[in-house]
Design a protein around this ligand. Sequence first.
Ligand code: DGJ
Length: 737
Amino acid sequence: MILQKENFIKIDTMSTSYVIRITAKGDIENLYFGEKLLSDDFDCLCQQNSVLLVNTLYPEGDESYTIDAMRFEYSFPHRGDSRSAAGFLRNNDGENFDFVYVKTHVNQKFDNPNIAKSHGDCERLSIELIDKAKNVTCYLHYIVYAQSDVICRYTQIVNNSNQPVKIIKLMSCQLDIACDNEWKLINFHGAWCRERDKVERKIEQGKIVCCSSSGLSSPECNPFFMVAQNNADNNFGECYAFNLIYSANHEISVEKSPYSTIRITNGMASDGFELLLDSQQEFVTPESVLTYSNHGYNGVSNNMRAFVKNNIINCNAQVPIMINTWEGIYFDITQEKLMQVTDYAKKLGMQAVIIDDGWFLNRNDDATSLGDWTYDKSKFKSGIKYVSDYVHNAGLKFGIWLEPEMISVDSELYRSHSEWAIKDDNIRHIVGRGQYILDLTNPQVVEYIKSVIDKVVNEYGADYIKWDFNRKFAEVGGGSKSGEFFYRYTNNLYEILNYANKTYPQVVIEGCASGGGRFDLGIMCFCPIVWVSDNTNPTSRVLSQEGSSYGYPISVFVNHISQSPNHQTLRQSTLKSRADVAYFGRLGVQMDITKLSNQEFKQLYIKIATYKKYMHIIEDSIFYRLSDGGESNYSIWQAMDKNAENGLLLIFQKSYNTVSSLPKAKLKGLDTNAIYSLVGVSQEDIGVAHASGDTLMKAGFSLPQNFQGVKFEKNTSRLLDGGTALFEIRKVRNKGQ
Ligand code: DGJ
């Protein structure tokens, strides 16, 4: 709900309030963002600014207006605020932009110019500001999703003047919070095969900037981050969380000033960004997603989960349990092999066959052929449609791997359209995996990629596309519009993906970028599922999945059971650990299933059947981290259906210590007045509990002693290195029944 009373605006969501003041001078000040305020005592929220801050600046004639200590909703430079400004504009008269409040617009019905759906119960507040002398308008937009406790912010510049305006920096959001407490920044760094590793740092005076500059949202720095009280954890403490609905270079900045404020900004990366806005043109930033909870990280994660499920994911097609050919077969894919894989996949109870890399013209290793999306006749003698028919006749879906934004020098496409590659012949060339990126800012390239999608769906019968992207950007600095490159590239990528979604609503697109390099809300607007990481070894994977769970619902994760030893880490693991960890997401298998022994086949069959039993929980669960896997020896996860009736509890032990104390899992979100049972999902998961929701949440559930292997009896089960225990949580009855 958006309430305007005199010069105050209060935004209420289910559990939070966000209060803004329009000052007498026409600046927009943030007074409060936190737990829901039940009354409108706005005066009490106003800062008592003092003239004692002797070296801060103030507008002429008003010493109490201490600019450096105020909490502004958006800042431009050269206004006496020595913190970094969220926006930076320039025109022929210079950079001194001075935006002043004009009016407020509140809309229940509005068109979101960005890519999120803005479905359901949401409304938009737009604060209009103007620099009258320069005739440029700035809008601060807030889309309020009350049910999810989420507010999306974006910034718009309208150039009404008769000269161009250069946008040098335009963040989506600036939030100045009071730092009466000690706060920390928690964000998610990493690299290929180590995606979304949680990093915490204390926020001290000064500025922390984290960004991606490879052209992708990147595994190096995910756009999701949190600012929390120093003593916050999964369940306790005040926590703000932010994300960005954008897939290219982005920037997170957190700056603690000496005057009790922390300025948080996020948006498109300002490094290298520059966009010329001609007279009468306008520009809109991507959306920044904000939420707050005083129930720690699990609180903000669940707000984000609800928002992503309702307003980002836009695909109703069923996600199948899939066999993917990559690590089992690599480039040796043939028609015969694929048909054999299909027979085995069907017997194993799988629902789709996805041909990964290696199916197209002369693609026998990763050095050639990207761009030639025509099946290789030497591998598919009867044609790929013949194979897709075979898969469909077996009752399975048929999927195909594409890396459509790429071009290999050794390809038919390059021979006919070398000018489509992003290359600058005036400098030394840079490649990644031997390949170049196609210039999606060129409309001809956009049309070409759309035609590739048409071809694989209409001619090859694909119901599923795995959309990969395997290199970073380089050589994008050519031409006078290079500062706009990533913005324009990304918008055209969205246009293509939107075309695919709208034209082929039955086709599921899996997002992928060398593992999880484009794991962001922009991609998720079009791809309901995203490959988490190429690292499927459970001991590493558990951290990537846990890291991803802070900002994203587990229903988006694509997880595959792969072979042991693992192809990336060479570590060994049990099928049980690989499966138990993979269950917390969309399940697939990546191994040569035609070469399994009878016993391995039976075991895998059981694993897939088990997943089917619990799939409904994964598809729409509330997920809780009950321990911090980054710090402790255990990752403990609970996924519960929305009615708190049925769930899964995973205990993952990183390393085995003889006779150490076993962890306690204090469950979350149960019905205090109901009785629950906890039963092992497989025979190895010994230990049963039967207790009230109240007891399980307060006292917790502990693994039985023999999980330590101290009693070598028949039913002794041990949590060895990388070992898992998995339990089904089921509501048995209400208390007293
Ligand atoms: C990188 C992806 O992450 C893998 O899953 C696989 O599709 C390869 N690319 C294929 O080249």
